[in-house]
Write a protein that binds this ligand. Structure first.
Ligand SMILES: [Zn+2]
Length: 148
């Protein structure tokens, strides 16, 4: 379940749509059909991991403000059930904010799956956009724009 721990309207609206997306068959079908870099897991694997972890774990969405940083959102393994959205980086589309929440949720799921890794390098590399957090964030943006 998604638990929203912020009053920021843009984050609340995005987290609500992400909650619907996480129940949407089209989301998992798109993930299943995607090839990811930086992992040995297939799209099918990751779609199953996502459903497995989300059936057991709550996801807390909170807001924080780091006006001096470019980061849009954060996941910290010290707060394993939480994803943070930078309230000072919200001058962007609803779909983009949804994509950030989903990107961090992929890190959360990765943290709970012990026998697989599907993160991305910290620095910008040529294939970073093809890793699971980035590609699934883009899938979320696409579906939100197209159907929500
Ligand atoms: Zn990331």
């Amino acid at each position: 379940m998604i638990c929203i721990k912020t009053k920021n309207k843009k984050i609340v609206a995005a987290a609500k749509d992400v909650a619907f997306l996480l129940e949407d068959r089209r989301f998992y079908e798109a993930i299943s059909l995607t090839v990811f870099e930086g992992t040995t897991s297939t799209g099918d694997d990751i779609a199953l991991y996502l459903q497995r972890v989300l059936a057991l774990e709550d996801v807390i969405v909170y807001g924080y403000c780091k006006w001096w940083a470019n980061e849009l959102a954060v996941y910290k393994s010290s707060k394993p059930n939480s994803v943070g959205i930078n309230k000072c980086r919200l001058k962007r589309s609803h779909a983009s904010i949804c994509g950030s929440i989903v990107h961090e949720i992929i890190h959360l799921v990765d943290r709970f799956i012990e026998d697989a890794e599907f993160g991305h390098p910290k620095k910008h590399t040529h294939n970073r956009d093809k890793t699971a957090p980035y590609r699934i964030g883009k899938i979320a943006m696409y579906l939100i724009n197209e159907y929500y």
